[in-house]
Design a protein. Structure first.
Length: 279
């Protein structure tokens, strides 16, 4: 089973600095050993064992200057892929994605992802709540500085603790996952309107309560949609920032009319996800 779906559940972020963490050779029973390559490391985290729904995480650490990618990498990059099919007593795994950062890709575009460290929370459903659970993950990802290097790792971890030492880290990571929202909701930071501008462009108006920097990302209904990163349009009016993007990167024969788009809005420590059917 390979599942890469964003979904709010209960999980977190808090990992030590790269150099000191990777030097530690003692591993608690609630985390697997670090799997290292030349520029990064990855391991599994286990939350407390209670009932059929378990909390877990995939922790990444990256050397300074290196990055890895979000589920949608932007104009360039490679999204991580996870295969949990070799796990024991696991019905389903949902990967939750913290809000990404935006950085130049070196070729005039923008890529989306993470630097330094990140924990991707996992929602794990056991087949039988009364039997042992062992999570096994085949992990494929890329780490990039000026060039990208593919990394393959395997990790295994049993969920045994009634009170896990990783619970606080998992709950902290969950706080960085965008919260579900709807167009025009009462949040101070929200999407006010999404509309077509002719056949090839989309405009998005974002209500912003102050002068904070805001980023907007858009995804199509399936992973083979490669929509560009929306760009801030100068001008606008007080309290509202307007973003625009072209309807480019659609799969062959795909039609934008009625397409289910997902927008991720990030501003300061706030992040929201909006599902919109394009008119």
């Amino acid at each position: 089973m390979t599942v890469i779906v964003p979904l709010r559940a209960a999980l977190g972020l808090a990992v030590a600095v790269f150099a000191s963490s990777l030097a530690a050779e003692v591993h608690a029973g609630d985390s697997s050993p670090w799997q290292r390559d030349g520029h990064s490391a990855v391991r599994l985290l286990a939350g407390s064992r209670s009932g059929a729904v378990l909390l877990g995480g995939i922790a990444f650490q990256l050397q300074p200057g290196w990055k890895t990618y979000w589920r949608t990498p932007g104009d360039s990059g490679v999204p991580p892929r996870f295969d949990f099919s070799k796990s024991d007593n696991v019905e389903a795994v949902t990967v939750l994605w913290p809000a990404p950062m935006k950085f130049d890709d070196g070729a005039g575009g923008q890529s989306l992802g993470y630097k330094t460290q990140v924990v991707l929370p996992l929602r794990i459903v056991a087949k039988n709540a009364d039997k042992p659970v062992t999570l096994r993950a085949d992990i494929s990802y890329a780490v990039c500085e000026k060039l990208c290097i593919p990394v393959e790792a395997r990790a295994e971890l049993a969920f045994t603790s009634v009170a896990s030492t990783e619970d606080s880290a998992l709950f902290a990571a969950l706080d960085t996952v965008p919260k579900p929202a709807t167009i025009g909701d009462p949040n101070p930071l929200t999407i006010r309107d999404v509309k077509r501008d002719g056949k090839a462009n989309v405009l998005v108006d974002v209500a912003v309560p102050d002068a904070r920097e805001v980023s907007l990302f858009v995804e199509g209904p399936t992973p083979d949609w490669a929509l560009p990163v929306p760009k801030l349009i100068e001008g606008g009016y007080p309290g509202v920032k307007r973003f625009g993007f072209e309807l480019d990167g659609l799969p062959p024969d795909a039609k934008p009319e009625g397409a289910a788009l997902k927008f991720t809005l990030v501003g300061g420590d706030k992040a929201y996800e909006f599902n919109v059917n394009l008119n």
